[in-house]
Design a protein around this ligand. Structure first.
Ligand code: UD1
Length: 417
């Protein structure tokens, strides 16, 4: 099994190109099966979760060509409407294929997305919304058997929580249905707007994406398009945290201020200088970090749960006590024990984590338990004294493209062995 070996304490200087957003790429790859003509996606990150989506598309009968960060999908040959359990288990977000397959074939079979990594991830909102649209769903022994007896009906759906995945599944199912579907209390993440922009460029009629109510006027068919995936705001915040603990100055090319206001203000509060340019974001740090007062994870535009772990790792190096409240997922503090092995002082009770900034961590052997928790260990290791060995980096590979290469290029001492 590969692992990272990190020697901490090196300043970072230079430029990192921010990869395309994983959480945009995955639903858009699923959406491609609704298009009768070829879809060309640019800035698609080369990640294991994207590879899983490509495997699913090929299993369904689509032709997919990947070259660099461009992925070309032709779904004319699609002939299946089931996803094997192994592929569903490889990636929890494969559930987003449900709405797209239903939109295309009016039936779908797949297992429930498996496992528990950051807490229970129920899909009750996805299923109740699809039922409102006339989908009959049988749940048996972890298998979902879905069919639409007549035409897919439009519906007025109110989500009890602005779930990202449920909003995407409704959009995908509704885009080629009859009538106008509305989603009230919809998720407002930039990745939702990116999915709507992609679908609209294929001929869909979606308005309101990025706001709390989304209107989807069904169209008969979708054509093809070329689309550029938006930059990854979570990867951006991870490299910002790396710079904060190492000191130095990085230009994050492509990063958008408008997608990460709530995170950037925490970096500024902690004493980093953040400069916004049309081409990207500059961050510089003199390593004299101050505490973050209170970080509460919330649906967008609040502080993203995915940035909680890397920012917490940064706060271990700050002067003073920072408080985190994780409101989105139950088990999203798995990095805490590992950070404590490196010398951090963090106390967790339910949703709350109190981080006593110690200004110093020490290298040791740690293990990534999930994607963003793994990224937090990289942040901690870069700022720590001595050598850190990070195991379980397959989790990190799900969300970060060429992490060790990009960080080495700007001065970090990090190797994959
Ligand atoms: C997406 C992101 C993930 C991010 C999360 C929250 C992708 C591929 N993943 O995940 O990186 O951390 O948004 O910003 O885009 N919930 C229910 N019932 C449901 C659906 C969700 O109770 O049917 C709950 C979840 O358990 C969780 C909360 O709602 O507590 C947020 O989940 P959701 O917004 O759906 O996240 P994902 O789409 O799974």
């Amino acid at each position: 099994m590969a692992e990272y070996v990190v020697n901490g304490g090196h300043r970072l200087n230079g430029c990192i190109d921010i990869q395309g957003a994983k959480n945009s790429a995955l639903p858009i790859l699923a959406a491609a099966i609704l298009c009768k003509d070829q879809v060309v996606l640019h800035n698609c990150p080369n990640l294991s979760d994207v590879t899983t989506s490509v495997k699913i598309l090929r299993y369904l009968g689509c032709t997919v060509c990947c070259e660099g960060s461009t992925v070309v999908i032709d779904s004319k040959g699609m002939y299946r409407c089931d996803i094997p359990t192994e592929l569903m288990r490889e990636m929890r977000s494969s559930i987003v294929f449900l709405g797209a397959i239903l939109g295309r074939f009016r039936q779908a079979q797949m297992s429930l997305p498996g496992g528990c990594e950051i807490g229970p991830r129920p899909i009750d909102l996805h299923l109740s919304s699809l039922r409102q649209m006339g989908v009959e769903i049988d749940e048996n022994h972890g298998l979902l058997d879905c069919k639409i007896p007549g035409a897919l009906q439009s519906a007025d759906i109110t989500l009890s929580f602005p779930s990202v995945g449920a909003t995407e599944n409704i959009m995908l199912a509704a885009v080629c249905s009859r009538g106008v579907t509305t989603i009230t209390n919809a998720a407002r993440e930039p990745e939702i707007s990116d999915l709507a922009d992609f679908l609209n460029s294929c001929g869909a009629k979606i308005t309101g994406a990025g706001e709390t109510t989304i209107y989807i006027e069904g169209v008969r068919t979708l054509g093809g398009t070329q689309h550029i995936i938006i930059p990854d705001r979570i990867v951006t915040s991870t490299y910002m945290a790396c710079t904060a603990v190492c000191g130095g100055k990085l230009f994050l090319k492509g990063a958008l201020q408008s997608h990460s206001g709530s995170v950037n203000s925490v970096f500024e509060q902690c004493g980093c200088l953040v400069d916004y340019m049309p081409e990207g974001i500059y961050i510089s740090s003199n390593k004299n970090l101050k505490k973050a007062r209170l970080v509460r994870t919330m649906p967008y535009p609040g502080f993203p749960t995915d940035a909680q772990a890397p920012v917490m790792a940064m706060c271990c190096f700050a002067d003073g006590t920072s408080v985190f409240v994780e409101n989105m997922f139950e088990s999203r503090y798995k990095h805490v024990d590992e950070l404590c092995r490196m010398g951090a002082a963090i106390y967790v009770h339910d949703k709350v984590a109190v981080v006593e900034g110690s200004r110093k961590l020490y290298g040791t052997t740690v293990s990534a338990q999930d994607l963003r928790g793994g990224a937090a260990l990289v942040v901690a290791a870069l700022g720590a004294e001595g050598t850190t060995y990070i195991k379980g980096i397959n989790h990190i590979d799900r969300g970060y493209e060429n992490l060790e290469v990009l960080l080495s290029d700007v001065g970090a001492d990090i190797k994959r062995i």
